[in-house]
Design a protein around this ligand. Structure first.
Ligand SMILES: [Zn+2]
Length: 557
C-alpha cells in the first residue's frame, strides 16, 4: 500500500499510551509469525465486562478465560494492544486519571499489554481515530513495530471489525448479547468467546507453518482451475511452493489463464479445462482426458499440489495425476481419498482462500520465504503501459460487472454511484469486459471515463494498480486490487462467505446487506427478486467509505 494511504494525519489526534521500549516482546528466539505479529483487543465487552463510562477500577471484571487466553498469545510471541473508544473522556463522564486507574487494574488482572490506544472523542467530533475509522488500528500497528495487515483485531461490535478491515487488518467478532444480528452477519470471522477467538488465531498461524526440514524439490506441478479470482487468491501459496521448488508448472483452466500470467513464481502454464469443476460442466470427453493425462506425465513433476475451493473435489484430478505417475500428490479433501493422495489436508470452513491454500502448501512442505508477506501479488513485468488520457494516478475505479450476475453491482446503482463520486470530486474510471460495454457506457455517462472492453486482464491490473481505490463486487478485479495493495469498497453479495472471499489483507469497507436471502447460496444469478443484497446500497455510503479509507476527492489521493 502506498505510504500516503498508510499514514493519514489522523494519528496525531489519537491518544497513544505506549509501553517504554519497543523491543520485540515475544520469547527470545521465538519465530516471527507467518500471518500475524500482533493481536489488538477492544476493551469493553471484549476483555472486560462492559460497564458504561466506567471510571472505577473496582468495577473491572475480566470476561471468562481472558487471562489464560491472553497468556497463550503472549507465549506464542504475539504482541498485544488494547484499542478502545472512550468517548466518556469527551463527554466528561470520567477523567483521564480515572481511566489510567482502570487500565492499571486491567493489567493487574490480565497481564501487561504492549500498547494502549484510546480514542477520546465523541461521534460528533468527526475524528479519524474513533472506530469504525481505522486510525487507532494503524497507530497500534506502528506502536508495535509492525503493519496493520500483520494484525488481527478482536472486538464485540461491528465497529471493531470495520476498523480492522478499513486498516487492512483481520477482524474477529466475538458477539455479546448487545451485538446486533446484522453486525454478526457482516463479520467474516466470528468466534463464540475470547478463548475461542484466540484458539483460532493460533490455529491459523500454525496452519501455514510447515514441518521443518523440507528438501527443495525439482519440479512442482500446482493446479488451480476455475476463474481469474480463484487463481489470484492462490498466488501466495504458489509463491510458497515456488520457494521450495526449482521449477513450477501451473495447470489452470481457460477462464484462469490471464490471471495465471500475472502470478509471480510460475515458470510455465498448462491450460486445460477440468470440466468437472465448472458450474455448467461439459460432458467428460475421454480423448481430452487422455490428452490431459499425457500432458501431465510430460511435466515429470516430483510433486503435485492441487488447490481447490471448499466446494470442489481434488480427487478426479488426483486420479489422473496418479495415472501420470506423479509420485507425491497433496490436496485438501474431506472425502476419503484412498490411495489417491499422499498428503490429505483438511481445513475448517471460514478460512480466507489465500490462507486455506497456504496451509495446503505448508502441509506439502512449503512456506513463503522470509520477507515475502502473505499477500496477493502481481508480476510487475506483466503489467502493460496505461492507455493514454487517464490523467494522474489517484482516480477511483468503478467496476460494476461480474461473470456471475448475482455478484454484480446493479447497473442502476452503479450509475448513481458514478454520479455521486463525480460530484464529490473523484475522478472515476468505469471498467468492464467486452460484453459489459453497454453497462459501462451507461454508468460512465453519469460521471466518469468509460473503459469498458478496452482492456484485457493485465491492462485492467495496470489501471487498478494506479487507482486510489476500487469500487467493485465480489469478482476478479477485487482480487486484482488486493494484489496491487489498492483499497477496496466491496459491494459484497453474500452468496459466498465474506470471510473466505473478501479482499485479502488490503484496506476494505464492506457494503451491502450481509443477511440477504441469497446468503451462502453460491448462486450465479440472484435467486431473489430485485437483487436486494446490493440494490439498497446508497451512493453516499460509497462516498463515505472512500473518506474512511483516506481517499480524498478532488482528484488527489
Ligand atoms: Zn478519535
Amino acid at each position: 500500500m502506498r505510504q500516503d494511504q498508510e499514514d493519514p494525519d489522523q494519528r496525531r489526534s489519537a491518544r497513544v499510551y505506549a509501553r517504554a521500549g519497543q523491543a520485540w516482546s515475544g520469547p527470545v528466539g521465538s519465530p516471527r509469525g507467518v500471518l500475524y505479529d500482533a493481536v489488538l483487543l477492544d476493551r469493553d465487552g471484549t476483555l472486560i465486562e462492559d460497564v458504561p463510562y466506567n471510571g472505577d477500577p473496582e468495577k473491572v471484571r475480566p470476561v471468562p478465560g481472558a487471562r489464560a487466553a491472553l497468556d497463550r498469545l503472549r507465549a506464542a510471541g504475539l504482541r498485544l494492544a488494547v484499542v478502545t473508544n472512550q468517548s466518556g473522556l469527551a463527554r466528561g463522564y470520567f477523567t483521564e486519571e480515572q481511566m489510567r486507574a482502570v487500565h492499571s487494574r486491567v493489567e493487574e488482572l490480565l497481564g501487561r499489554f504492549d500498547a494502549w490506544l484510546v480514542c477520546p472523542h465523541d461521534d460528533a467530533d468527526g475524528c479519524d481515530c474513533r472506530k469504525p475509522a481505522p486510525g487507532l488500528v494503524h497507530a497500534a500497528a506502528r506502536q508495535l513495530g509492525t503493519s496493520a495487515s500483520r494484525c488481527v483485531m478482536v472486538g464485540d461490535i461491528g465497529r471493531d471489525v470495520a476498523a480492522a478491515l478499513a486498516a487492512g487488518a483481520a477482524g474477529v467478532l466475538v458477539p455479546t448479547p448487545v451485538t446486533r444480528p446484522e453486525e454478526v452477519a457482516a463479520a467474516g470471522w466470528v468466534a463464540a468467546d475470547l478463548p475461542s477467538a484466540v484458539r483460532e488465531i493460533l490455529r491459523r498461524q500454525e496452519a501455514v507453518r510447515p514441518e521443518p526440514g523440507g528438501e527443495r524439490i525439482g519440479t512442482a506441478l500446482v493446479v488451480r482451475s476455475d476463474s481469474a479470482g480463484d487463481v489470484l487468491v492462490t498466488g501466495p501459496a504458489i509463491r510458497a511452493v515456488a520457494a521450495g521448488a526449482r521449477r513450477v508448472v501451473l495447470l489452470c483452466g481457460p477462464r484462469g489463464r490471464a490471471a495465471a500470467e500475472l502470478l509471480p513464481g510460475v515458470d510455465e502454464i498448462i491450460e486445460h479445462p477440468l470440466p468437472w469443476i465448472d458450474p455448467t460442466p461439459a460432458p467428460v470427453d475421454p480423448a481430452a482426458v487422455r490428452d490431459l493425462t499425457a500432458r501431465l506425465a510430460a511435466v515429470d513433476a516430483d510433486q503435485a499440489v492441487v488447490f481447490t475451493s471448499f466446494h470442489q473435489s481434488a480427487l478426479p484430478l488426483a486420479l489422473l495425476l496418479r495415472m501420470a505417475a506423479i509420485g507425491r500428490i497433496a490436496a485438501i479433501s474431506d472425502d476419503y481419498p484412498g490411495s489417491l493422495l499422499d498428503v490429505r489436508h483438511r481445513v475448517p470452513v471460514g478460512v480466507p482462500e489465500p490462507e486455506r491454500a497456504l496451509s495446503l502448501a505448508a502441509a506439502a512442505g512449503h512456506r513463503l520465504p522470509d520477507g515475502d508477506e502473505p499477500v496477493l501479488r502481481l508480476r510487475p513485468d506483466a503489467l502493460p503501459p496505461l492507455p493514454a488520457g487517464l490523467g494522474d494516478p489517484g482516480y477511483v475505479v468503478l467496476h460494476p460487472g461480474s461473470a456471475a450476475s448475482s455478484r454484480a453491482c446493479p447497473p442502476e446503482l452503479a450509475t448513481r454511484i458514478a454520479g455521486a463520486l463525480s460530484a464529490a470530486g473523484h475522478r472515476v474510471l468505469v471498467t468492464g469486459g467486452p460484453d459489459e460495454r453497454a453497462v459501462t457506457a451507461r454508468v460512465a455517462a453519469a460521471g466518469g471515463i468509460d473503459l469498458g472492453g478496452r482492456t484485457d486482464l493485465a491492462g485492467l491490473a495496470a489501471i487498478v494498480a494506479d487507482a486510489a481505490a476500487v469500487v467493485v463486487g465480489n469478482t476478479g478485479p477485487a482480487h486484482l486490487a488486493a494484489a496491487a495493495g489498492v483499497p477496496v469498497v466491496s459491494l459484497f453479495a453474500p452468496t459466498v462467505p465474506f470471510g473466505q472471499w473478501g479482499p485479502y489483507r488490503v484496506p476494505t469497507v464492506r457494503l451491502g446487506d450481509a443477511a440477504a436471502p441469497c446468503r451462502d447460496t453460491r448462486a450465479a444469478s440472484c435467486p431473489v427478486p430485485g437483487h436486494p443484497c446490493l440494490s439498497d446500497v446508497e451512493p453516499a455510503e460509497v462516498v463515505e467509505a472512500l473518506r474512511v479509507l483516506a481517499v480524498a476527492g478532488g482528484g488527489g489521493r
